[in-house]
Design a protein around this ligand. Structure first.
Ligand code: SAH
Length: 217
């Protein structure tokens, strides 16, 4: 049984207040973060830390991003109702749940089979029916559901993959952290087939964006 108690709700409210103080202004993002129980997406050993503004370990040496980072990336995406969004790096499923709460249609891909299974099951149990999970190598994007209004990459890439830009609608936005040791948060707007506007929103740290898939063995 998953329990979302008054205490959890209170901690979430405080977390959201702290995100406001750190400069998050998009009310849809803040409301989604207040509504989604982050502790459901963590192993019980870390559940007590769920409402601190910290990245935490999940399985397979991956991390659930820091709440501020989730809020910041989501705000940069300017999510609109019914947007078709590709997320690369499902991880725990938390970021996908936030996008789903803003009523986007979410396609999320994960290269680690174990994480894919766990997130898919959890998101279904929690009723996030507008999220579809896939076990894929996200360096190739996901052509069959393209083009997307928005693409969000939640692992640190060495460069901007051209293939992802191809899968973006004209007028669409991609948010992607790019760099080696730390990553610059880039927002790329597709102005025309071969015309892009790039904005840099400063340094963040992510687990690496790696090609290929890994299975459970
Ligand atoms: N959005 C996640 C953050 C997970 S960390 C959350 O809310 O919890 C980044 C994830 O990206 C990891 O799970 C990692 O396995 C995955 N990843 C890295 N490279 C990938 C690729 N090429 N395709 C799909 N997923 C990838």
């Amino acid at each position: 049984m998953r329990d979302d108690s008054y205490r959890h709700k209170g901690l979430r409210r405080k977390l959201v207040d702290s995100l406001r103080k750190k400069g998050i202004t998009d009310e849809r993002v803040l409301a989604a973060m207040e509504a989604v129980p982050r502790h459901f997406f963590l192993d019980s050993a870390f559940a007590d830390l769920a409402y601190e503004d910290k990245a935490l370990p999940i399985d397979r040496e991956q991390t659930i991003s820091q709440p501020y980072t989730v809020a910041f990336q989501t705000q940069l995406l300017n999510v609109l109702k019914r947007d078709r969004i590709l997320e690369i790096g499902t991880g725990s499923g938390y970021q996908a749940a936030i996008l789903s709460k803003i009523e986007a249609r979410v396609f999320t891909v994960e290269r680690q089979e174990a994480l894919y299974h766990k997130a898919q099951k959890l998101l279904a149990e929690l009723g996030f029916s507008n999220v579809r999970c896939y076990y894929r190598d996200g360096t190739k994007g996901m052509r069959e559901f393209a083009p997307y209004d928005k693409i969000i990459v939640t692992a640190g890439a060495l460069e901007v993959p051209k293939i992802l830009l191809d899968q973006l609608k004209i007028g669409g936005i991609m948010v992607i952290p790019v760099g080696t040791r730390s990553q610059k948060m880039l927002r790329i707007t597709k102005l025309a087939d071969d015309e892009f506007q790039e904005e840099d929103f400063g340094d963040f740290r992510f687990v690496p964006f790696v090609g290929g898939v890994e299975n459970d063995k």
